[in-house]
Design a protein around this ligand. Structure first.
Ligand SMILES: [Fe+2]
Length: 181
């Protein structure tokens, strides 16, 4: 049987159903907007300190010289690897609180309480260790302040995170200081 040469009839146009766009609900995790903002700002300062210390520790892993080379090259590596992993937890806690985490060198320089203190090419390992003691202690002071605010607001996940970081950086400060005693 020969095929029909008739063109198929166009179906009458039908309007697509109107679907309301899905909107993300407002954050409601049991903390007020002001509490979330204050804790996130504190965690951002902590992240900036922790990132600056991480970078300083990695820098010294690369550039340390002298009779303590092997000990310090290895020790700095263990510390910067652990610090690097912890940064992600802090940044993601800021996101969970509903704010953007700082993530640029300009942000970190603005927010950090740790000085850059670039080393001269003749600086020895003792100066590196001294700077890392001070850096770890600065991280501890910031953690303690932010932890207090998080505790007052009942933000246990932030308290837990900062307690762990405090414990670790106090230990690093002790280990590093011991090298100079
Ligand atoms: Fe390395």
């Amino acid at each position: 049987m020969a095929k029909s040469s008739k063109k198929p009839q166009a179906k009458p146009a039908t309007k697509p159903p109107v679907v309301a766009p899905v909107v993300a609900p407002a954050i409601d995790i049991g903390l007020s907007d002001g509490e979330r903002r204050k804790i996130a700002e504190g965690l951002s300062r902590f992240l900036a300190d922790a990132y600056t210390l991480y970078l300083k520790t990695h820098n010294f892993h690369w550039n340390v010289t002298g009779p303590m080379f092997n000990t310090l090259h290895t020790m700095f590596e263990a510390q910067y690897n652990e610090e690097w992993t912890a940064l992600d937890e802090v940044a993601e806690r800021i996101r969970a609180l509903g704010f953007n985490a700082p993530g640029s060198y300009a942000d970190f320089a603005r927010l950090s309480s740790i000085a850059e203190e670039p080393l001269s090419s003749t600086a020895d390992w003792r100066e590196m260790v001294r700077q890392l003691v001070l850096g770890n202690e600065a991280v501890c002071r910031t953690a303690r302040k932010v932890l207090k605010g998080a505790d007052d607001a009942g933000d246990d996940p932030s308290v837990d995170l900062l307690t762990q970081r405090l414990q670790t950086h106090e230990k690093y400060a002790w280990m590093l200081r011991s090298l100079l005693q």
